[in-house]
Write a protein that binds this ligand. Structure first.
Ligand code: GLU
Length: 446
C-alpha cells in the first residue's frame, strides 16, 4: 500500500477546540502509522469570515500539540484550480446554471411538503432553453450553479463506520457556486483532495451527508480509482452533552494552553475518549499512536469531562522523563547536574508545569522558612549530618531526631518541611534534602 496522504482542513474562522484537535490528531496519527503525509489545508474561501490571525493561531495550536504538517495550503490561493474543474463539469453537463431566488425555492419546497413529496430540488433549471436563460440574464439575473447528481446508491467502506451508503436520489443537486461567484465548500475540497493526492479523508461524522455528493464529484472529475477512502469519527461533546463550538471559545486549544494543561493530556483525551483504550496519560504522541486504532473508535457520541483534564495533565507530568522536558526546563534556568534529580523529585507534585519555578526556588534560591517549633529545630540543626548527602540522609537525620526527642509522625516531619521548604506539602523530603544541600539547610534552620 502506498503511504497515506491525509489532510486536516479547518476554516480559519475561529480558534480550534479539543473536538477539532481530535480530527487533527486522528489524521496525524493515521499518517504517522503509515509513514505518510499530513497536509494542513485552510478552507478560507469565505473571504469575509476567514482571518489570517486565526490561521496563524491554528498553526501555533497544532505545533503545541506536536503536529508538524508536511505541507500547508490555502484554498484562497487555489481558485484557478476550482474554476478549471467547474469548466470541466459544465462541459460534461454535470454543472448547470439555476436562476431561482431563495424565495422561489422556498415556495416550491413548501408546496412539495404539502403534497407529501420530499423537498428535493426539481431541476426546473435543467429544462430552460438557451433563449430562456439569455432572457433571464438580460433581466440582470445571475445564475448559481448546481451539480447534477447521477442519481444512484453511493457506497463506501468507511474506516470507522464500515459499509455505508447514501441514495443520492434523496438529495437535491447541490449548489457548488453561489450567485456572486463564490465557492461553497464541496467542490474546492474535492479538487484539492485530488490535486494533493489525498488517500484518506478523515473527518467528523457531521460530514457523512457530504460524502455521497463528494464521491460523485470525485468520480466525475477523476474516476473511481482516484476517490479517497473516507473515515467519519464521532464528535466529542462536553459533559453536558452539548457540542463544542468554535464561537464560544470554550475548551479552545489556546485557552487550555494558557491554563497550563499539558499538550499530551489534551491529545490523550481528544484521541482516547470513546476509543477501545481507556483515557490514560501518555509520554509521547508515539505512545498515543500505539493506543489508537481508528477502526475501533466508538460510533456513539464521545462525551468527555473537562474536569478530567487537570488530573490527566498532572499524571502526564508524572510520566514524563527528564529527556522529554529538558528543553522546557532550561529556559527557566533549571539546568546543570541538579536538573534531572530535581525533575524526578518534583514531577509528581505539579498541577502545572510552570510550578517547577517555585520548586526550583526551594532547592536553589531564597525562600521564607517557617519556624514552627524553634527548640526542636535547634536540635535538628545540631543533628544535621555531614555531607555527602543522598536519598538516605533524610531518614538517617530524622531517625536520630526521633530517638533524641521522642517525636514521631507529623510532629517530627512537619516542622522540618516548613523550615526547609516554607511549604506545608510537596515532594518527598528524602529527594528534596540532598538538592537543598547542607549550607542552604543550615541557613533555613534557626
Ligand atoms: N472545512 C471543513 C470543516 O472544517 C472540512 C471538512 C472536511 O474535512 O472535508 O468542517
Amino acid at each position: 500500500m502506498r503511504p497515506p496522504v491525509v489532510r486536516f482542513a479547518p476554516s480559519p474562522t475561529g480558534r480550534i477546540h479539543i473536538g477539532n484537535a481530535r480530527t487533527a490528531l486522528f489524521n496525524y496519527l493515521f499518517a504517522r502509522a503509515g509513514h505518510g503525509r499530513f497536509i494542513l489545508r485552510f478552507d478560507d474561501t469565505d473571504a469575509e469570515r476567514s482571518r489570517e490571525e486565526y490561521a496563524a493561531a491554528i498553526e501555533v495550536d497544532l505545533a503545541w500539540l506536536g503536529i508538524e504538517p508536511s505541507l500547508t495550503v490555502r484554498q484562497s490561493e487555489r481558485f484557478p484550480l476550482y474554476a478549471a474543474a467547474a469548466e470541466r463539469l459544465k462541459a460534461m453537463g454535470r454543472l448547470y446554471p439555476c436562476f431561482e431566488t431563495a424565495d422561489e425555492l422556498d415556495r416550491r419546497r413548501k408546496r412539495q411538503i404539502t403534497r407529501g413529496l420530499p423537498p428535493i430540488y426539481d431541476r426546473a433549471a435543467l429544462a430552460l432553453t438557451a433563449d430562456e436563460r439569455a432572457a433571464l440574464e438580460a433581466q440582470g439575473r445571475r445564475p448559481h450553479w448546481r451539480f447534477r447528481l447521477e442519481p444512484r446508491i453511493v457506497q463506501w467502506n468507511d474506516l470507522v463506520r464500515g459499509e455505508s451508503h447514501i441514495d443520492t436520489a434523496s438529495l437535491s443537486d447541490p449548489v457548488l457556486i453561489r450567485e456572486d461567484g463564490t465557492w461553497l465548500y464541496t467542490l474546492p475540497s474535492v479538487v484539492d483532495d485530488l490535486d494533493l493526492g489525498v488517500t484518506h479523508v478523515i473527518r467528523g461524522e457531521d460530514h457523512v451527508t457530504n460524502t455521497a455528493v463528494q464521491i460523485e464529484l470525485f468520480e466525475a472529475l477523476a474516476g473511481p480509482e482516484a476517490t479517497p477512502r473516507f473515515g467519519h469519527h464521532n464528535l466529542l461533546t462536553a459533559a453536558s452533552g452539548e457540542g463544542l463550538s468554535k464561537r464560544t471559545g470554550a475548551l479552545s486549544i489556546g485557552s487550555l494552553r494558557e491554563a497550563g494543561v499539558e499538550p499530551l493530556a489534551v491529545a490523550a483525551l481528544a484521541v482516547l475518549t470513546g476509543s477501545s483504550a481507556s483515557v490514560q496519560p501518555v509520554k509521547s504522541l508515539g505512545e498515543l499512536l500505539g493506543l489508537f486504532d481508528i477502526a475501533h473508535t466508538s460510533r456513539h457520541a464521545a462525551r468527555f469531562d473537562d474536569h478530567d483534564l487537570a488530573a490527566l495533565s498532572a499524571k502526564t507530568l508524572l510520566a514524563l522523563d527528564y529527556d522529554s522536558v529538558r528543553d522546557r526546563l532550561s529556559p527557566q534556568d533549571i539546568l546543570g547536574h541538579k536538573a534531572e534529580p530535581f525533575w524526578l523529585a518534583v514531577r509528581g507534585n505539579l498541577a502545572r508545569f510552570a510550578d517547577v519555578v517555585e520548586w526550583w526556588r526551594v532547592v536553589e534560591g531564597e525562600i521564607a522558612p517557617v519556624h514552627e517549633d524553634v527548640e526542636f529545630l535547634h536540635a535538628a540543626r545540631e543533628a544535621l549530618p555531614a555531607e555527602p548527602w543522598d536519598h538516605q540522609t533524610f531518614a538517617a537525620w530524622t531517625g536520630q531526631l526521633k530517638q533524641a526527642t521522642g517525636r514521631k509522625g507529623k510532629a517530627l516531619f512537619h516542622p522540618l518541611r516548613l523550615a526547609l521548604t516554607g511549604r506545608e506539602n510537596g515532594p518527598e523530603m528524602a529527594a528534596l534534602l540532598p538538592l537543598i544541600g547542607r549550607a542552604r539547610a543550615l541557613a533555613r534552620l534557626p
